[in-house]
Design a protein around this ligand. Sequence first.
Ligand code: ADP
Length: 417
Amino acid sequence: MNFYLGIDFGTSGARAVVVDEQGCIQAEGRFPFEKSEVSELANSWQKALFSLLEGIPQELRREIRAIAINGTSSTVLLCDAAGKPVDTPLLYNDARGAVVIEELRSIAPANHTVLSATSSLTKLMWMSQLPSFAQAKYFLHQADWLAFLLHGQLGITDYHNALKLGYDVEELKYPKWLENLKIKIHLPRVVTPGTPIAELRAEIADQFEFRRDSMVCAGTTDSIAAFLASGAKLPGEAVTSLGSTLVLKLLSDTRVEDSRYGIYSHRFGDLWLTGGASNTGGAVLQQFFTKAELESLSCEIDSSKVSELDYYPLLKAGERFPINDSNLLPRLEPRPTSNVEFLHGLLESIARIEARGYELLQELGAERLTQVYTAGGGAVNPTWTAIRERILQVPMVQSVNMEAAYGTALLAMRGVG
Ligand code: ADP
C-alpha cells in the first residue's frame, strides 16, 4: 500500500494526517503547542514534528510514499549555512516590521501585497538590521525549514509561501525591484507546491522506521491547505472560513488584486485563488454567547424567516473587506430582549457581509460564484448554513474535510503523481 502524510503547523498546534490512495484517513495525530519561550520556538517545532512522526502507527510508517508540510503564512526564520536558526523565528502575526514599511514603500510597487507590517518581506527587512543577521545565510518560511529537517535541502520554498515575500507568481520569478533591497541573503528557490524535493534523510527514515524512499514534497500555507481539504476545485467554487474572522476564498480563471480591500490572489495550478478577509466573524459572537449558547439558541431560530436587524458585527472600529473604512464603527444596536432574535440578527448580518464579499470579488473580475464550502468553528451550525444559503443563493456543500493537514496529505499524494 502507498500512504501519504500531511503535516500542518497551525496557530495553536501541529497536526498529522495519513491518507491512503483514495484519500481515506488512516491515522491522525495532534501536538498542541505549549507556551514556550520564544528562544525555544524552533526547537519546539522540531519536537512537534518528530513527536508527530513517532505517533504514526508503526505499520503505516513503512508505507508512507510522500510527505508534505504546511506552515502559517509569513512565519519566517533565518538560518546559517547548516540550516541552524541564527535567531528566533518571527511568527505570522509579528508586526515589529512596521518600522521598515516606509523604506520598503520606496522599493516595492505601490499597493503591493508585501507592503504590510506582517509580510515575509517586511520581516526579512526588519531582521536584516539585527546583529544576528551577520551569521544568516538562508531566509526560510516555517514550512521550508521543517521540510529541510526531513529532506536536508536548504533554500527551497513553494509559490504559496513565497507570495508575501514578493515573488511574482504570474511570471514565476523574483521581480527586478527586489534586487534594490540589497540584503545579502539566499532567497529560497521557488517551486510549485507539492513538487517532490528529495527523499527523506536516511537517518530520519531509520530513526522513525519510515521507508527509505519516502519523498518529501514542497509544502504550502495553512489556509491554502484547508482550501485543498475542502474538495473545492472548479472555478466559481468557494470556501468561507467562519472562524474568529470571516475569510472568503473563491477559485477563479482570472487573477483579482485590489489592495484597497486587501484582496489578492494565490496561484492555484492553472487557476487563481482569490480572496479577502473581513474583521467580522465568530469572535464577535463569542463576545455575547458561549459555545453552548450558540448551539442551543441557534436551534430556536427559524432560518427561513428574514431578520430585520441590520448589524455590522465588529470587535472594534475598522474594516477592510468588503468595506474599506478604517473608521467603520461596530453596529450592534438595537439589541432585542430576546437572545434568539439577537443571535438571528447577528448570524444574518454576517451572512450579508459574506454575500457582499463574494459580490465584490465578482465585480472585480472573479468567476461567478457557484457553490460554497464552509470551514472554521461556525461550519458546524446548520441554522447558519441555512440562513447563508438563503442570502447567498447558491448551494452550501459539505467539505470533504476541514483539516489543513488533510489538504497537505493530498498535496503530497498529487506531488508524487
Ligand atoms: P479561529 O479562526 O480562531 O481558528 P475557529 O475556526 O476555531 O477559529 O472558530 C472559532 C469561532 O467559531 C468562535 O469565534 C466561535 O464564535 C465560532 N463558533 C463556534 N461554535 C459555533 C456555533 N455553533 N455557531 C456559530 N459559531 C460558532
